[in-house]
Write a new protein. Structure first.
Length: 389
């Protein structure tokens, strides 16, 4: 009996002499989400929200990673490895409220215990709000769609600007009324959907539109000169029929570069040569102008298509942006499913030794030691008795 008592005292003393352990407890409150609609009472479940998955999520690897990233300077080499720190975290519910989650961390450093418990609570709240809240999940989906829509809008905008830079279209210019009317007529004749283009459309034809107007005016001037040259040719033939010298029309001849101090027949030949040259020039200018007009209309159609594509992408982005704003308002107004209830104090209290376990260990150890000593004493007595006999 004395051996058992001695073993019990020794075991208890050993347990009490161990370094103090500090227990930090931070608390997170898990509430039921608000019902967005009220069902008929007979059809509505009385307990449609389980707490167990919320407690399981508190041990999620993402929570551990967040704590390790934040408190890496306080952790040892083993604790920064994945899966090691979470083994030292205990998640339990409060005795009076199942929805009050306790995050417990024990350590021989009281400041470190509190820091890790509080960091775990913060990381879990952020993880729960980002992962377990339906509105947050919807917000993530909308954010992803918004990024895709923004990328598409930027791509469409870049394509439009590159096309404008390459073709000279889309950059507004100032045009007078006469130029606008002439460009409108050119656009209409070349196949525009409206016979008379709007001022904004004409203004956005850029320098290419001005170039076409200039070439068109030059072609009109050439045709007017051709008509005057033909009139001059008829006058010259009448003078030739009347055997009169060309001096009567000397000024008109000099305007077209024909010398008047030569026989009237030579003047007629020179005028006819000028006429053929002007016809060739006019035909070439007309073909070139038609090519420019056709190319301009094709580019205008392509430019309009690029603008429509850009506008569609912009409208899609605006719709998603409004949806994202609505979700943010919903997130701000809804009661959070998980929220921080309380932090562990900066200096964690001492974790009292488990007296029942201590007594059980001491009793077991004392019993084993006492039995062993008793057997040893009994064997010793028997040996002495045998020797004495």
């Amino acid at each position: 009996m004395a051996a058992i008592v001695a073993a019990l005292i020794t075991s208890s003393a050993y347990t009490l002499l161990q370094p103090a352990n500090y227990r930090a407890v931070s608390r997170v409150h898990v509430t039921r989400p608000r019902l967005l609609m009220v069902l008929e009472p007979r059809l509505q479940a009385t307990d449609d929200f389980e707490l167990k998955p919320m407690f399981t999520q508190a041990r999620h690897p993402a929570v551990e990673n967040a704590v390790q990233a934040k408190l890496g300077h306080l952790l040892n080499t083993a604790e920064v490895q994945p899966g090691n720190l979470v083994q030292r975290i205990r998640i339990q519910s409060d005795r009076d409220d199942n929805g009050l989650m306790e995050i417990v961390f024990s350590d021989q450093d009281r400041r470190r215990a509190s820091a890790i418990a509080n960091a775990w609570a913060d990381a879990y709240v952020l993880h729960a709000q980002a992962t377990l809240n339906p509105s947050a999940i919807a917000q993530k989906l909308v954010d992803g769609q918004m990024r895709e829509a923004k990328t598409e809008l930027e791509r469409r905008e870049a394509s439009l600007r590159a096309f404008e830079a390459g073709t000279g279209l889309g950059l507004p210019i100032r045009v007078d009324d006469a130029t606008r009317i002439e460009l409108s007529a050119i656009v209409g004749q070349a196949g525009s959907t409206t016979q008379m283009a709007s001022s904004s459309t004409v203004a956005r034809l850029g320098t290419r539109g001005q170039d076409i107007v200039g070439r068109s005016n030059a072609l009109t001037s050439l045709r007017a000169d051709l008509d005057r040259l033909r009139i001059l040719k008829e006058q010259t033939r009448r003078l030739q029929n009347q055997n009169l010298p060309p001096s009567a029309i000397q000024l008109d001849l000099e305007r077209f570069g024909v010398a008047a101090n030569q026989p009237i027949g030579a003047v007629v030949v020179a005028i006819e040569a000028k006429e053929l040259a002007m016809l060739s020039t006019i035909d070439g200018a007309a073909r070139e102008l038609r090519g420019l007009e056709t190319g301009l209309i094709g580019d205008m159609n392509q430019h309009s298509q690029l603008e429509r594509d850009r506008d569609i992408a912009r409208d899609a982005y605006v719709v998603l942006a409004k949806k994202a704003e609505e979700n943010k308002i919903g997130l701000a107004s809804e009661w959070p499913v998980v929220r921080l209830f309380s932090y562990a104090p900066e200096l964690a209290p001492v974790d009292p030794p488990p007296w029942t376990i201590t007594l059980a260990i001491a009793g077991s150890t004392g019993l084993i030691v006492g039995v062993a000593l008793g057997l040893g004493i009994d064997l010793s007595k028997r040996r002495r008795a045998m020797i004495a006999a």
